[in-house]
Design a protein around this ligand. Structure first.
Ligand SMILES: Cc1ncc(COP(=O)(O)O)c(C=O)c1O
Length: 497
């Protein structure tokens, strides 16, 4: 196995706060810089606002402040401890040091990226970040912007396509993120159909084509990393269907899109003959095909190393932004600069998240020698997890991982569904948020009645859902360590329960 690049560790606080003093230095530097910036921002005022500063106030009232502040800090400890490699329940990445510092420094100025005047510096940064994201997904033209998250990015894309294409159905798989159904409901687009999945949890292409044959379709949404188990739809084949049936292809790569950094080199080229270690041939091909999409959701706050508040939507055809153009009489006055909010669903948005992305991607480029190295660790971890489960004799994988989410279950020969659910629920209750003291934190994927026959033989189905254990292997530290690593520890645990 390829040696882990320890260089990348410098960008993270570390599971046990190993790098905290580096982080502290950068925060102090940004405070010092902010102090000078604020002092000189306008001509010095004659008015004496502060006869006494907080220091004096703290002397008088320090006890109350400290009490509440301590209570606040303690309340933060009531958390899932999701920064740690022992936590793999959900898609919470440990934010990088540049992202945290960038966000903090920009928050002190409180930029608002809805309009250029609200955030000149961070609007410019956002536009540069969007260029980096477009480059990552392979869009040579088009437009995009950051959003507060993936659901909002999906909603905006759906809104723009609805108003552009006007008529037709919306198709997406039963394995898609719940925002798709919700967004159809918000936009009153009842004309959607959830297409069945296959036994890889990917959209069933035959059923998709059946629907395309029968209906006029406005938009097909394909997943590059579906939320449940990270399934990657066969985008290559869906592109061929688009040639035949003409629809808008949106790819929800909210979670999986950053994995394309694994295949891009410093010169921005892709070597079509070299599949990155741990990645399946299937996923490799779909990552390449991503550039053929008409629009894409891709979330920096998932695999992109920044804190929450950072999704994004990218469009290949700029016409889609004009279709949702709305302006206002009291802002958006600066016409020679981008006013992102005129072409977006959301109004006020934190410029700080653009700053976080900018600083992060300048230091950790969106290619195989930057963020790709971080994501490669997750992909290798998932592959190794899969191989160990297959050898375990006690557990089975639900599907082979397309990216770095694994779903698996404990089983014994002849177990029926009720028995499988009993066994796996027992593990879940001990090793999940249900047990706040748990040393390891898994989540679960409940597979609904309408699709569980893809995974369980008909004669064993005697329950309404199938409960599988789920691990989102987002942390890049899982395989590190000379004698023992975190994944070994996970498997020691699994073998003993
Ligand atoms: C594939 C996919 N799309 C969309 C979303 C929604 O993103 P957000 O939670 O940022 O709104 C998620 C979230 O997990 C997701 O996995």
């Amino acid at each position: 196995m390829q040696k882990i690049d320890y260089q990348l560790l410098k960008y993270f606080i570390g599971p046990e706060a190993e790098n905290i003093s580096f982080f502290q230095d950068l925060i102090n530097k940004s405070i010092e810089h902010h102090k000078n910036y604020r002092k000189n921002a306008f001509p010095k005022s004659e008015i004496e606002f502060y006869k006494e500063t907080a220091d004096t106030y703290m002397n008088e009232d320090g006890e109350k402040f400290n009490k509440i502040f301590n209570e606040f800090l303690q309340r933060l400890e009531v958390s899932t401890r999701n920064f740690h490699p022992r936590y793999f329940a959900q898609m919470t990445k440990d934010a990088s040091i540049p992202a945290l510092v960038g966000m903090f420094a920009a928050s002190m100025i409180n930029f608002n990226n809805h309009a250029y005047e609200g955030g000149p510096a961070t609007t410019e940064m956002e536009m540069e970040v969007v260029e980096l994201l477009k480059n990552l997904v392979g869009f040579k033209e088009g437009w995009g912007h950051l959003t507060s998250g993936g659901s909002l990015a999906n909603l905006e894309a759906l809104w723009a396509v609805r108003d552009y294409r006007v008529n037709g159905k919306i198709l997406f798989s039963k394995g898609s993120h719940y925002s798709w159904k919700r967004n159809c409901s918000i936009l009153r687009m009842d004309n959607f159909e959830e297409i069945d999945i296959d036994n890889h949890y990917r959209i069933d292409l035959d059923k998709l084509e059946d629907s395309l044959r029968k209906n006029k379709v406005m938009l097909v949404m394909a997943n590059l990393g579906a939320t449940g188990c990270g399934a990657v739809d066969d985008i290559e084949s869906i592109i061929k269907l688009r040639d035949k049936y003409d629809f808008h292809l949106h790819i929800d790569a909210a979670y999986g899109g950053f994995s394309r950094s694994l295949i891009i080199d410093n010169e921005n080229k892709i070597d079509h003959n070299s599949t990155p270690e741990g990645l399946s041939q299937h996923t490799f091909k779909q990552l390449i095909a991503l550039e053929e999409a008409d629009s894409i959701t891709i979330d920096p706050h998932k695999h992109g190393l920044v804190p929450y508040g950072g999704g994004s939507v990218l469009y290949k055809d700029e016409e889609l932004r004009n279709i949702i153009l709305h302006t206002s009489p009291y802002t958006y006055h600066k016409i020679d600069k981008p006013n992102i909010g005129t072409f977006a669903l959301e109004g006020s948005r934190p410029g700080a998240i653009a700053a976080a992305c900018w600083l992060t991607y300048k230091l950790i480029p969106l290619n195989k020698n930057g963020i790709g190295k971080v994501i490669a660790e997750s992909i290798k971890t998932a592959r190794s997890f899969n191989d160990r489960i297959e050898k375990s004799g006690k557990y089975k994988m639900l599907t082979s991982p397309d990216l770095d989410i694994v779903c698996f279950y404990k089983y014994q020969q002849d177990d029926d569904l009720k028995e499988l659910n009993r066994k796996n629920m027992e593990i879940y209750l001990k090793y999940s948020i249900e047990n706040p003291k748990s040393d390891f934190v898994f989540s679960k994927l409940n597979i609904s009645e309408d699709i569980l026959n893809k995974f369980i033989p008909q004669n064993k189905i005697n329950d309404k859902e199938f409960i599988t254990l789920r691990a989102v292997l987002f942390k890049h530290w899982m395989l590190m360590g000379d004698d023992k690593n975190y994944l070994d520890m996970v498997f020691d645990l699994l073998q003993n329960i």
